[in-house]
Design a binder for this molecule. Structure first.
Ligand code: UD1
Ligand code: CA
Length: 465
């Protein structure tokens, strides 16, 4: 029976990232690095997870939320010192503890399962998850004796030239028996080039005590790679982006140009949806079946129902109904809800508004805080004047209303069912059901005006232009 608790190390400054943000909060395909490690640990069955936080601890705590118990490492004195901070939290527990660096973003559930299984089967005191890298520089090396038994982990900065040649490296993910771990931690010293308490030093301590130390070599070299720099961050983004695209394409999504299609981890896309080039789909967006998305669509945290079309548009926290059409050049902001077959056209911005079934907003319009019923037609250039500088007010446009071009709705205002609004009106009062609302100055034509103007112009000499 595989049982274990886990400790994630997430207190470090992440100096090499050169960032104000804690390293483990930098995102990969929309997920903070630490969340990837958490996901893997939870999937592999961790009973409880403790995170050691330090640098800007409150930000990390907020990000991980209730999934973990946080303990504080006030001063960052190394990975060994970090694990010591979890001692009290683990005091009531005996058994296997997985320790993972918060930057071990490539950690897979399958590697964790093999690691814990091997550790428990061999009754080891410590088991290291390692990998073989063609270029091991930057990582701790696994030093083995001539018969292949592990002796110690040597940090790159402390390596002899021979040790530097070793290609098997420490992934910074380990399994320990809890009491052996804390016993060994009590005898490590910061006696190394970086002056830190290295967690890796417990290996040598255990070997000296005659305890059993094992290693499981991952078949994926990426497993060992921590994310230390923005270059490695971008590399991880590339690797995961590829995996996400592959998963979606294999599930029946067409990507005309995968290389210019960017999709976050949690996005769901239905079968036979076609994603055209230069499209970015982010956050918790859910897209249905048979949709056409892009080119040039940017969709964040939105729900798009079956058969919808979105091109050249920015869509944020919106709901797009079945068969609705959006674009080109539309901007749908938070709280926009389009019912089925609604149409939002060119240069239209919609914020916190509902557009009913089959209603059309085809050209150059701003709808803010509006409720638009079914079968409504909104003429070009219509604007809801929803803000008086202090507060926002609603505009209600009922079913089957026809709004002429270039109308201003000075909210709050309600247009009754089937009413008409004359083009160019500035509507400040409600229009009753079935009425025509017209609010513009009557046109007057001045006969002979042009000729008169010409005559007056010629008297005052040649034009100066
Ligand atoms: C570590 C390992 C190295 C391994 C590599 C794999 C040590 C000494 N070295 O090196 O053998 O090959 O990972 O990626 O462990 N942290 C704290 N408190 C501290 C210091 C670090 O919580 O005082 C956290 C960091 O936030 C980070 C993790 O521990 O998430 C690892 O620290 P990092 O500095 O990245 O270690 P590496 O030098 O990469
Ligand atoms: Ca690292």
């Amino acid at each position: 029976m595989r049982r274990f608790q886990a400790v994630i190390l997430a207190a470090g400054l992440g100096t090499r990232m050169r960032s104000n943000l804690p390293k483990v909060l930098h995102e990969i395909c929309g997920k903070p690095m630490i969340t990837l490690v958490l996901d893997a640990l939870e999937a592999a069955g961790a009973e409880r997870i403790i995170a050691v936080v330090g640098h800007r601890a409150e930000l990390v705590e907020e990000s991980v939320g209730s999934r973990v118990t946080c303990v504080l490492q006030e001063e960052q004195k190394g990975t060994g010192h970090a694990v010591m901070q979890a001692k009290d939290e683990l005091s009531g527990y005996e058994g296997t503890v997985v320790v993972a660096a918060g930057d071990a973003a490539y950690l897979r559930e399958s590697d964790l399962r093999s690691l814990v299984d091997h550790h428990q089967k061999t009754k080891a005191s410590a088991t290291i998850l390692s990998a073989v890298l063609q270029n091991p520089s930057g990582y701790g090396r696994l030093a083995r004796d001539t018969s292949g038994r592990i002796q110690r982990i040597v940090e790159e900065k402390d390596c002899s030239p021979e040790e530097a040649m070793i290609k098997e490296v420490n992934s910074s993910v380990y399994c320990f028996e809890k009491s052996d771990l804390f016993d060994a931690l009590s005898s490590i010293t910061p006696d190394n080039i970086q002056g830190e308490y290295y967690l890796t030093d417990v290996i040598e301590v255990m070997i000296r005590k005659g305890l059993r130390v094992e290693a499981v070599v991952s078949d994926d070299p990426l497993t060992a790679q921590g994310i230390n720099t923005r270059v490695q961050l971008a590399e991880a983004e590339r690797v995961f982006r590829d995996r996400i695209r592959e998963r979606l394409m294999l599930s029946g999504v067409t990507m005309v140009d995968p290389l210019t299609t960017f999709v976050d981890f949690d996005v769901e896309i239905g079968q036979d949806t076609i994603i055209l080039p230069f499209t970015v789909i982010r956050g918790k967006t859910v897209i249905g079946e048979n949709c056409t998305i892009g080119p040039f669509a940017r969709i964040t945290d939105s729900k798009v129902s079956d058969g919808a079309t979105i091109s050249d548009a920015v869509v944020i926290e919106a709901e797009i109904g079945e068969g609705a059409q959006v674009g080109p050049y539309s901007y749908l902001r938070r709280g926009t809800v389009l019912a089925e077959r609604a149409k939002i056209g060119a240069f239209v911005e919609v914020k916190k508004s509902i557009v009913g079934k089959g209603s059309k907003v085809p050209h150059q319009t701003y709808l803010g805080d509006a409720i638009v019923g079914e079968g409504v037609n909104i003429g070009a250039g219509t604007i809801t004047c929803n803000y008086d500088g202090f507060r926002k007010y609603p505009t209600t446009i009922s079913d089957r209303v026809f709004v002429g071009s270039n109308t201003n709705f000075v909210a709050p205002v309600t247009i009754g069912k089937g009413a008409y609004v004359a083009a160019g009106s500035t509507i400040t009062e409600d229009v009753p059901e079935g009425a025509l609302g017209i609010a513009r100055k009557k046109q007057k034509n001045i006969h002979g005006w042009a000729e008169k103007r010409l005559k007056e112009g010629s008297k005052s000499g040649p034009r100066d232009d």
